[in-house]
Design a protein around this ligand. Structure first.
Ligand code: HEM
Length: 422
């Protein structure tokens, strides 16, 4: 057998969309970190960054590196979409790509909204929601954790905070919007798929617009009303900005956390000593949420674009070039953390980056960790003898250009009412 080429060899091709990368990207990320930490990734037409130091440097320097794709030398607006198409308007008002003062004021609104609503009422909401989700599964004794739990719980939390009725068509549409945004704005997505996603998104955005109107007419005690009123109180918030923020909360809040839940369960089941500790000592669950997102990052990479010429280690970065900081790799960098490939729910190193860093640091980090803590805690406490119903190597992974995570996680447990023979 010939050894596969190193990142510095001419035969090497990085393929972060490959099935191997879906399943276990860490060996390849480790080789990149060691041999080509600032690697020119031809397919992405940009620099792929794997060292913690470089990832941090780029994410924390917004004067040099912007998240706004308009700064990319290769950026072309989707030719199918006019500038005033709802999807383009949403993109142009996205908190994730805004800069400067506009970004600061949108963030302030988002923070105020999430802390005001979320922190006050979210724990009982999460507890009752996860119980509602598990109730019909108990008597079955088996389920697909991804489909039946992870895909519905985080989107349920954010929908209810926003004031979307449970199990409604609206809730399903928002989940669908989240899925389509992820696909539509990725340069790797093929044209036909993009077009389909744009059409669907336009319909769902119109629906959010109608719903905003409803909240203006009859306000209630939810996050949506708060956002709509913040817009009406002064002249500061434009409808597109509110609409885009709601989409961002749905997208960023649902997809990432869903995959972290699945990864959390998978890794705990794979590490029986950690699982035992997790079950026996609820005080370690908060910490475990940090370790789950450190150990398995649910996203593939972030994106930044150089606004001016710069230097990263020995590498010259030209104005207009793209950079792909890999948080997954940064969090396994031995320079950051000893024995980084070991899953250990008791550790909490400083300077972790799972939720980003700098001005775009995740505004839902606290909410996400709480969801993991309450969701996984409840599942493992109340489904007796829970175990994986397939081999660890048989778990299928999602084929998605942005998100990484299991596509299905068949589990079994002792059904309610059944004799426990184990
Ligand atoms: C395990 C779950 C999560 C992970 C790993 C995660 C990760 C991240 C990361 C890495 C960023 C920075 C992106 C960048 O710098 O380009 C980010 C931003 C963001 N996240 Fe999260 N996130 C999670 C859950 C959530 C939740 C639950 C919400 C909301 C309910 C949320 C809302 C946001 C928003 C709105 C931003 C944009 C902030 C800005 O651009 O100023 N995220 N997240």
């Amino acid at each position: 057998m010939t050894a596969s080429p190193l990142p510095v060899d001419p035969g090497f091709v990085l393929d972060p969309m490959s099935v191997e990368f879906d399943r276990d990207p860490y060996p390849i990320l480790a080789r990149l970190r060691e041999h080509a930490p600032v690697y020119w990734w031809p397919q992405g037409r940009g620099w792929f960054l794997t060292r913690h130091r470089d990832v941090m440097a780029v994410l924390s320097d917004e004067d040099t590196y912007s998240p706004n794709e308009d700064h990319w030398e290769h950026y072309e607006a989707p030719p199918q979409l006019a500038d005033d198409h709802p999807v383009m308007r949403m993109r142009d008002s996205s908190i994730l790509s805004m800069e400067g003062a506009r970004h600061a004021r949108t963030r302030k609104l988002a923070f105020a909204a999430l802390s005001r609503r979320a922190v006050r009422s979210v724990e009982p909401l999460m507890e009752s929601l996860i119980e509602e989700i598990l109730a019909p599964l108990r008597s079955r004794g088996h389920c697909d954790f991804v489909r039946d739990v992870a895909a519905v719980y985080p989107v349920g939390v954010i929908s209810r905070l926003l004031g979307i009725p449970a199990d409604s068509e609206r809730e399903r549409h928002f989940k669908d919007l989240a899925d389509n945004v992820v696909v539509a704005f990725n340069p790797m997505t093929d044209e036909a798929t993009k077009l389909r996603a744009f059409d669907l998104m336009a319909g769902y955005l119109e629906e959010i617009g109608e719903w905003m109107e409803e909240k203006r007419r009859s306000p209630s005690d939810d996050l949506m009303t708060y956002l709509v009123e913040a817009e009406a109180d002064g002249d500061h918030f434009h409808s597109d900005e509110i609409l885009s923020l709601i989409s961002a909360l749905l997208v960023a809040g649902a997809e990432t956390t869903a995959n972290s839940l699945s990864f959390g369960l998978l890794e705990l089941l794979r590490h029986p000593d950690q699982l035992e500790r997790y079950r026996e000592d609820p005080s370690c669950r908060e910490n475990a949420a940090y370790e789950v997102v450190r150990f398995e990052m649910p996203g593939r990479f972030l994106r930044r674009y150089a606004k001016r010429d710069a230097r990263l280690g020995d590498t010259e970065i030209r104005k207009g070039q793209a950079l792909y900081p890999s948080i997954a790799s940064a969090q396994r960098d031995p320079a950051l953390i000893a024995d980084a490939d070991r899953f250990d729910i008791l550790r909490r190193p400083a300077d972790l980056s799972a939720f980003g860093i700098g001005r775009h640091f995740c505004i839902g980090a606290q909410l996400a960790r709480l969801e993991l803590q309450i969701g996984l805690g409840h599942v493992l406490e109340t489904l007796p003898n829970l175990e994986l119903a397939c081999g660890f190597d048989e778990v299928p992974f999602r084929r998605n250009p942005v998100i990484r995570g299991p596509a299905a996680l068949p589990i079994r447990f002792t059904a309610a009412g059944a004799a426990d023979t184990r």
